[in-house]
Design a protein around this ligand. Sequence first.
Ligand code: MRU
Length: 375
Amino acid sequence: MTPPRSALTPDPGRLNRGTTPTLRWTGDSIEIIDQTRLPAQLALIDVRDVAAAVDAIERLVIRGAPALGAFGALALVVGLDETQPSSMTDAHAVLERLRTEIGDARPTAVNLRWAVDRTIDAALGDAAVRSVTDLRRRLLSEALAISTEDAQACAEIGRLGRELLPEATVIATHCNAGRLATAGTGTALAIAYAKAAEGEPVRVLAAETRPLLQGARLTAWELADAGIDVSVVADAAMVSLIAGGEVDAVIVGADRIAGNGDTANKIGTLMHALAAAEAGIGFYVAAPTTTIDPAVTSGDRIVIEQRDPDEVHHAGGSRLTPVGVEAINPAFDVTPARLISAIITDAGVLHPPYGESIAAALAATRCGQPGDRRC
Ligand code: MRU
């Protein structure tokens, strides 16, 4: 069923065609790709106020944990511009309001609140900031640094994942953990991009990811755009492909990784992990260290976002379910650490026992720096 390996080698001329950034600071607004309209339309939205920013987060116009962090940090500058506080005291109050209004707009993706906290705390804690103008400049520089660092983290995850998995040609993934979910080349998909950039054969099987179809719409769109071989697989079909020996490795992203390695990611991730264990292939989580939340000690303490049941009731504008029947719509599930072969981060590849490897990686990176609220 899988094509011969030579057919999976991407054409270098088609690589890296993704020239439209997922998010971009224009100078006074945030330009984002409207991911609700892909793949039918590549439409851009200009976000100029907090209501539009929160709406974009809640409706998944922008989504994916690292992209949410980069966007939320920039949205603070938009919020300051919108309210135009006349004193530092007023500006302080505005930022404290935005800390929760923007930072808690989605509860599971830790990068969102983390980036908002980091940006506000850096600006308010800077002794050189004496005016609202200084404050805006400082917020913006911290927010842009978060985007830059995320792009660097994606590149490092791609490099390390490619090194770790030289034999993995057919990669199964769930949801979208690519360019559209980060400020760089993605996390899980960064590994496919890194392989392709080296001219190595790679094929991605993208689980469709009901109910909002991030795999079918977004992963398929961005990989096809980059000239990487991608096939969409119905969620329920992926398990039998894995069990049937058609997949070399499963690689997914993460929305929040607990201190013990338990990982929250898009609903349906757990069934991939169980299938990989049954088939005896590797199940890998690829995520920047900013997605690790050591303050949450285990997966049962991760808050799982419950979304509108209408997302399950409807598809493509049509009602699927009988009126009067209830639907349940958890957006994420938790994969226990014991099912995870390794966690590929920008600070290295982490192996079990994760309590130890995560603590060591964080001590060497962000928890070694002052001001990280989660360390
Ligand atoms: O609801 P979404 O589309 O924001 O969910 C996204 C995911 O589950 C991703 O796998 C995760 O955020 C990692 S993105 C690099």
